[in-house]
Design a binder for this molecule. Structure first.
Ligand code: RI2
Length: 308
């Protein structure tokens, strides 16, 4: 798919989920490189910059997209001609996508070990990584039950319960307001991530922080399932994560409330590190306090380059 169509599909959420939009961004740049005709280096770099911007502007919150796009163009300026640049972009994109898929599989295997036979689990929204953990545990023969929140306003919970039920898992859909009440029955919570900051805060679907608070109150383990490309290098340098606000038509129909009523539709929230028991990554299970070290190690010398 070309860059503009990919960006439009990410914006209107036809392509959604933090991992998926990152892979889609990498794939769009790979297609851009494959179809590029021209051999002037400066023109190509300007066209590439425009393509990057189009993708990055599609949705602001999930740093996975930023990391996927930047991993795909890494090293381009060190190549000697456009041909080498195009080959590098396609190669980088393939590496990023392969590593991403592999990370999701590894997290499934690591996370599944936290689930015991007979456990009841809660999840929110529709995280392919958290669902990978739950499905891996089920495929290992563990008898589990899952409560999934509806996740207004987009109701991604419908996708989640459909996926789990198709797998044969005992699945119950609850409305978002039922989280605290149902938490009494739950053994572990598994959620995904859109971004994790350098100080270990989780940015995920709106309502996740309420889930974490309710889990903390009930002494239920709260696990975040996240590939390390959801760790935000931008936050190392003090940047705040932009919380996406979407159109109010996602919340109310036209004319449903008096015109004087304001409607606010933030679609992500922040869960402080102190409410997170562990982050399950492809590098293993870690505390939120380890995020800084992992990020610095992964960035290596690039930490001295301009990342903003
Ligand atoms: P995976 C989703 O965002 C949810 O917030 C979910 O937890 C997160 O991406 C991670 O998804 P949205 O695109 O990468 O529905 O685990 O707004 O699939």
């Amino acid at each position: 798919m070309n860059v503009e169509d990919t960006a439009a599909s990410i914006r209107d959420m036809t392509i959604r989920g933090a991992g998926k939009i990152a892979r889609a961004g990498a794939s769009a740049l790979s297609d851009f490189a494959e179809n590029y005709r021209g051999n002037d280096v400066q023109t190509f770099l300007a066209d590439l910059e425009k393509a990057k911007r189009t993708l990055l502007d599609s949705r602001p919150t999930a740093v996975s997209l930023w990391n996927g796009v930047h991993a795909t163009v890494r090293g381009v300026e060190d190549q000697k001609d456009v041909g080498e640049m195009l080959a590098l972009i396609q190669n980088n994109a393939k590496t990023f996508i392969d590593n991403s898929n592999n990370a999701v599989r590894l997290i499934g295997e690591i996370g599944a070990k936290r689930i015991k036979d007979g456990d009841t689990i809660m999840t929110t929204c529709n995280s392919s990584v958290a669902l990978g953990v739950i499905k891996t545990a089920f495929r290992q023969g563990k008898d589990i039950k899952v409560y999934a929140t509806e996740s207004r306003p987009w109701r991604q919970g419908i996708l989640t319960v459909t996926d789990l039920a198709n797998e044969g898992i005992d699945t119950t859909l609850i409305i978002d307001g039922a989280v605290r009440s149902v938490m009494k029955k739950v053994d572990e919570v598994f959620v995904g991530a859109d971004t994790i900051t350098s100080h270990g805060a989780l940015i995920n679907k709106i309502g996740t922080s309420q889930l974490a608070l309710a889990a903390n109150e009930a002494r239920v383990q709260f696990y975040v399932c996240s590939e390390t490309y959801k760790f935000s290098p931008l936050t190392l340098f003090g940047d705040r994560v932009t919380i996406e606000e979407r159109d109010i038509s996602e919340v109310v129909k036209e004319g449903e409330v008096p015109a004087s009523v304001k409607v606010f539709n933030p679609v992500f929230d922040s869960t402080p590190a102190k409410y997170i028991d562990a982050i399950i990554t492809e590098l293993g299970m870690m505390s939120p306090g380890s995020v800084y070290d992992v990020m610095v190690k992964q960035l290596g010398d690039r930490i001295f380059q301009k990342v903003i």
